[in-house]
Design a protein around this ligand. Structure first.
Ligand code: SF4
Length: 694
């Protein structure tokens, strides 16, 4: 609801939805938020915004928001409101009891990509210093963990290479498995502006997304590949570039290992990687593959932007590597207008990964087995740290089902709704003795919780978010926390209740500790961010004003590494029972599982998950537009309405997953990326049939 009235003062802060990281002026009258005005000096958005950031803040005052801590002995008991002190003392004593009874590694925690860097840092610190293990993971596990692996292996660090401004100098935009119009709207507008000025567009996506054909824009090449064939198609692009001699030899000789390139080149040149063979496999015209490869290699500055359509596959990490190979082979790294850019979904996915939320990495992507890096934290925190990687989220749930994992602290993530194989997640949660949910609302995971700690919104705290271009933006407190404590204070009080002597007075002190211990953040402080507006890491003595473009003159790992990317078909196969392939995505007005946007009245106006189906497949099943259909997979079934459209190819169906009733993750498989366990959300064999409705 837009509230009309004259604001009395304003505070500049950062949107808490997507990874674009738009800056806003929150205009206030007393304690009441009057409106959010896009901030013209915001470096990521330059005065622009989308409907979510501008209007979808009503959830912060929604009547379903929980403001008091609650506990219960059994999950079948009713909740009992308690004081903060009782909730945190009880939680601390339960965690210590479990560790005493079942061992040091029997508990763990999950950080949130919705929370600030400072809050995320504290959760991983609580687990490493307080729980004394590395059982920490983050919701990036289910989205961009393959980016971490793939870019880490090839370039040496897990981060987008460019700033958003770089798009102004791009001649060829390649978008793979991303729908920026809906998921990253403000950056999509900048892309479209550049495309309207003459830049060329290549899109690899099973679906004809808006950007393929929109006002004054027509992609030069849209490759509507079959879900699950990314590796084959990207490698086929490389095949054309290598066999037609379109690679950038000077760049490769200077910046990469020439022998590794030759090995990779001999692999991609194999006949099985040719456009003809891959075209048949992926249902793509071989001439489109050839045309796209030639355009990317010879069209000037080429930049690749990709999303979850790349990462959420059993070969997600391999596809990220294939993309990096393509950029290196064409010399499209290390200068304005080029690069490899993961479009991060949540506001602070980049930051949560930077802050050491993975079970194998301390802040700054440094492996827990490194003695030198552990020394830094051991001397500061005064404890001996575990040098073995801990459990990932799926491993925690497996261990819970097996009986060795008993307690979990979940900050700002609804794992029951957003993680794959809902039944297994439920079984894991049900097997634990203390599940602590720290969130704004009683989400689906809270059905299995013993303690509920009310969370604070981005309007109620100070801190920083790091966006998709590595830009560290300030989040500023606009109003007092309605629940009494900002999230960082809750984690601190929990640590204190567990006997750990933390005494941060303000989140700026947490950032000071991050800067002291993480080389890529060495010069970052709240004062410096206030002075600079924002900075992109690395920001240190070598780069005092931050680093808009990475890998200039040399890769972080030294030489860029070419790695063979062999296509391996997913185990999820179509057949007579499940002849169609389901893939999933988002719409502009909703956000992920909709916990916030569904609780903001003004964006609810066209909110329904529909199943997009090609006219040919609909006709074969006797379906009309708007009919209820039953969607069935090997994992489960659900019911939703059909939307007949040729945006999807024959044989492919598509839905969004913004509503709990859709139960998209009841349908999806439990296959996951071979390197990171990122779930394969984007490929599910299904059948569609008529239904009378739910
Ligand atoms: Fe917020 Fe993203 Fe929209 Fe910007 S584009 S206003 S960051 S949701």
């Amino acid at each position: 609801v837009i509230k009309i009235g004259q604001p009395e003062h304003s505070v500049v802060t950062t949107c808490a939805y997507c990874g674009v990281g738009c800056s806003f002026k929150a205009e206030m009258r007393g304690d009441e938020l009057v409106r959010m005005v896009p901030y013209k000096d915001g470096k990521a958005n330059r005065g622009h915004s989308c409907v979510k950031g501008r209007f979808a803040y009503g959830y912060s005052t929604h009547k379903e928001r929980i403001l008091n801590p609650m506990i219960r002995e059994k999950v079948t008991d009713p909740w009992r409101e308690v004081s903060w002190e009782e909730a945190l003392t009880h939680t601390a004593s339960e965690f210590r009891r479990i560790q005493y009874q079942y061992g040091r590694t029997s508990i763990g925690g999950i950080t949130s990509s919705r929370c600030t860097n400072e809050e995320t840092y504290l959760v991983q610190k609580l687990i490493r210093q307080g729980f004394r293990n590395n059982n920490v993971d983050t919701c990036a596990r289910v989205c961009h963990s393959p980016t971490g692996y793939g870019l880490g292996q090839t370039f040496g660090t897990s981060a987008g290479t460019q700033d958003f401004d770089s798009i102004e100098q791009t001649d060829v935009v390649m978008i793979i498995g991303a729908n920026p119009t809906d998921a990253h709207p403000v950056f999509a507008s900048r892309m479209k502006k550049r495309l309207r000025k003459g830049a060329k567009l290549i899109v690899l996506d099973p679906r004809r997304t808006d950007i393929v054909r929109s006002a004054h824009i027509e992609a030069q090449h849209h490759l509507p590949l079959k879900p699950g064939t990314n590796v084959a198609v990207v490698t086929a692009l490389a095949h054309v570039i290598v066999t037609e001699g379109l690679f950038d030899e000077a760049f490769i000789r200077e910046r990469c290992d020439w022998d590794e390139f030759q090995d990779w080149a001999s692999f991609v040149a194999l006949p099985e990687n040719s456009p003809e063979v891959v075209g048949q496999l992926a249902n793509v015209d071989p001439e489109e593959i050839r045309g796209a490869a030639r355009l990317f290699a010879t069209g000037g500055n080429g930049a690749i932007y990709y999303g979850l359509g790349v990462t959420e596959h059993s070969q997600g990490s391999t596809t990220v590597i294939a993309i990096a190979n393509l950029a290196m082979a064409t010399g499209n790294i290390g200068r304005p207008g080029v690069g490899v850019n993961p479009l991060r979904g949540q506001n602070n996915v980049q930051g949560s990964c930077d802050m050491g939320s993975f079970p194998h990495e301390l802040p700054g992507y440094r492996h827990v087995s490194g003695d030198a890096v552990r020394d830094i934290y051991e001397s500061l925190w005064g404890v001996k740290l575990d040098d073995e990687p801990g459990l990932r989220i799926p491993n925690m749930l497996d261990a819970a089902v097996d009986g060795s994992f008993k307690g979990l602290y979940v900050q700002g993530e609804d794992i029951l709704q957003s993680d794959p194989d809902t039944k297994h997640v439920a079984a894991g949660l049900a097997a634990m003795e203390c599940v602590v949910v720290h969130d704004l609302f009683l989400n689906e995971t809270a059905n299995y919780a013993h303690v509920f700690l009310p969370g604070s919104t981005f309007l109620e705290k100070d801190g920083t978010f790091t966006n998709a271009e590595r830009r560290i933006n300030r989040v500023r407190k606009v109003m007092a926390p309605k629940n009494g404590l900002a999230d960082w204070e809750v984690t601190q009080k929990l640590a204190q209740a567990m006997g750990i002597a933390w005494n941060y007075q303000h989140p700026s002190e947490i950032m000071d500790e991050i800067a002291k211990t993480t080389p890529s953040f060495a010069k970052v402080s709240f004062d410096y961010l206030d002075k600079m507006g924002s900075v992109q890491w690395p920001c240190n003595e070598q780069a005092p004003e931050g680093t808009p473009i990475m890998h200039i003159g040399g890769f972080v790992r030294g030489k860029g590494k070419f790695i063979r990317t062999e296509y391996v078909a997913t185990d999820e196969r179509t057949g007579p029972r499940f002849p169609l392939l389901l893939t999933t995505g988002r719409i502009l007005s909703q956000y992920n599982v909709g916990a916030q946007t569904r609780r903001t009245d003004n964006v609810m106006w066209h909110s329904e998950d529909r199943l997009e189906i090609h006219p040919h497949d609909a006709e074969n099943r006797g379906l009309r537009d708007g009919d209820w259909v039953r969607l069935t997979s090997r994992s489960g079934e659900t019911t939703l309405r059909a939307l007949i459209t040729d945006k999807v190819s024959p044989g492919v169906v598509y839905t969004t997953f913004h509503h709990p009733d859709t139960q998209a993750n009841v349908i999806t498989t439990d296959f996951s990326d071979w390197a990171t366990n990122c779930p394969e959300y984007k490929v599910t064999a299904v059948q569609v049939g008529a239904s009378n409705g739910p």
